[in-house]
Design a protein around this ligand. Structure first.
Ligand code: ATP
Length: 236
């Protein structure tokens, strides 16, 4: 479905990704693991068109997308929920959700139905629907950020550290939600520091080190792998 081949990406002179090859198949949850600075966020930014690779190819459903604008990539239904949630603080929950659908032409009645579907996934947002986003808790804002992503009707949903800074009980909810939307058919590419929890919901994982894929395997094997255990799972 999505394939990165020998991707190099730079911030000016700094090479952040040296040689990233990976693939995401339809229906999978794939997780990118690695310490801070390994290149996980840069990989997502390169897929979503916020950065263009300086080498390599990105192919999505048989089409090269690595020169496309972020607007066109989201129109092709690859949707990026960035790190740090980034909801629009001065807009209501409903308005934030509607912003998520701006990549497609949809009738008002359809949008209302889509909002209802998102609220079924995130029932905690129902009583907050007319509240301004800044007044939500961190966990509620994360739910809203994912919900806004879903409003774009993704074929691939890319989530950058959705559990960051949230209380353990909320982290659990976030992972349960990822599992639930995947069971409904959504393909998910996840970036996480929480290797243990994310490998429990993922099918496969890639461990990045210094802008390269150090190794990749099924989530089950990565959970067993001593190297991953000691390097990334230690504290969790
Ligand atoms: P984190 O969890 O901290 O976001 P990461 O694995 O996602 O880590 P990236 O953010 O992709 O890592 O960073 C990869 C490399 O690119 C790092 O060496 C980082 O210092 C560098 N880098 C990231 N953003 C920028 C930027 N805006 N300008 C210059 N260098 C950057």
């Amino acid at each position: 479905m999505l394939k990165l081949e020998q991707i190099e990406s730079r911030y000016g002179e700094i090479v952040a990704l040296h040689d990233i090859s990976l693939e995401v198949n339809q229906g999978e949850v794939v997780v990118l693991l690695g310490v801070n600075g390994a290149g996980k966020s840069t990989t997502l930014k390169t897929i979503s068109g916020l950065m263009h690779p300086t080498k390599g190819e990105i192919v999505y459903q048989g089409k090269r997308i690595d020169r496309m604008s972020p607007e066109n990539i989201v129109r092709d239904r690859i949707v990026h929920v960035p790190e740090g949630r980034k909801v629009f603080p001065g807009l209501t929950v409903r308005e934030n959700l509607l912003m998520g659908s701006s990549n497609r032409k949809a009738k008002k009645a359809d949008l209302n139905k889509d909002i209802e579907e998102v609220l079924e996934i995130f029932p905690d947002l129902v009583p907050l629907i007319d509240r301004l986003a800044w007044s939500l808790s961190g966990g509620q804002q994360q739910m809203l950020a994912i919900g806004r992503g879903l409003m774009a009707k993704p074929e691939i949903l890319m989530l950058d550290e959705p559990s960051l800074g949230l209380a353990p009980v909320i982290v659990k909810q976030v992972f349960q939600t990822i599992q639930k939307i995947n069971k409904q058919g959504m393909t998910v590419l996840l970036v996480e520091q929480n290797a243990n929890m994310s490998l429990r919901v993922a099918h496969r994982g890639y461990v990045l080190e210094n802008g390269r894929v150090a190794y990749s395997d099924t989530a089950e094997n990565l959970l067993k792998e001593n190297k991953v255990q000691s390097a990334y799972l230690g504290g969790h």
